[in-house]
Ligand binder design. Structure first.
Ligand code: IGP
Length: 257
């Protein structure tokens, strides 16, 4: 499944590259205002940080929310106190787009994460050209050499990689990939089963000073508190926010957990 998602994302990127060359997207990336100081924004440790996600659908959960106006949703997240906004740009199964990323970037002042199945530099150039401050890199989807090369390229573009792991072995691979946030995704992207305990089991491998992100499986404020109590600096939340009538109030309730 993960290989299929990556192959689809790459195919879509290759199609865009026919229209916008690598040189052109690189020019656009270099013309962009510099990235925000993500490390400074996530530095305060007195409270948990929330990365709030704009996600219409997912292969595991199907349709979640129509989200006519992703910028409005992102603004609601920002009002609720989100430290960053994650935007799914994968179009086939998550029904996102780079237009969503543009719309969100234009509206909010907080850092923005491009959530995509990234396997080539072109996609990172796009992320920067469309204003992303952070880009997701999934250890399970990439061989170590590619993973490290893309992490380095992300940093060269001024962005922060969110290095995603599901297992001890993958956490160690993330640490080898150098500076970045390290996320433990409770959702196993090969079977789609949820393992909320995974973050707590793996977080001690991640050195202090590295932002530890607990990803997925938050439904209630108690879930945020559990992640926080087991050492999360930040929690990445999608479904529980996009399916609520009042995302600002929901986000506040998570922040106050
Ligand atoms: O909707 P949830 O369960 O709150 O999950 C959010 C986020 O962690 C999830 O969307 C995610 C984490 N890693 C990913 C990699 C690809 C696609 C999606 C994801």
């Amino acid at each position: 499944m993960l290989a299929e998602l990556l192959a689809g994302s790459l195919q879509d990127a290759h199609q865009r590259r026919e229209v916008i060359s690598t040189a052109a997207v690189e020019r656009a990336a270099l013309k962009r205002e510099p990235t925000l100081d993500v490390a400074a924004i996530f530095a305060p440790r007195e409270r948990v940080h929330i990365i709030a996600e704009v996600k219409r659908a997912s292969p595991s959960r199907g349709e979640l929310a129509a989200i006519q106006d992703p910028a409005d949703l992102a603004a609601a997240y920002e009002r609720g106190g989100a430290s960053a906004v994650s935007v799914l740009t994968e179009q086939r199964r998550f029904r996102g787009s780079l237009d969503d990323l543009d719309a969100v970037r234009a509206r909010v002042r907080v850092p923005v994460l491009r959530k995509e199945f990234i396997g080539e530099e072109y996609q990172l150039l796009e992320a920067r050209a469309h204003g992303a401050d952070l880009a997701l890199l999934i250890a399970a989807a990439l061989d170590q050499k590619t993973f490290e090369r893309l992490a380095e390229f992300t940093r060269q573009l001024g962005m922060t990689p969110l290095l995603e792991a599901h297992s001890k072995d993958e956490v160690l691979r993330c640490l080898d990939a150098g500076e970045g946030f390290v996320g433990v995704n409770a959702r196993d992207l090969t079977t789609f089963t949820l393992h909320p305990e995974r973050f707590g089991e793996l977080q001690s491998l991640i050195p202090r000073g590295t932002i530890r992100v607990a990803e997925s499986a938050v439904a209630t404020p108690a879930d945020v508190r559990n992640y926080r109590d087991s050492g999360a600096d930040a929690v990445l939340i999608g479904e529980a926010l996009v399916t609520k009538h009042d995302p600002t109030a929901t986000l506040e309730s998570f922040l106050n957990a």
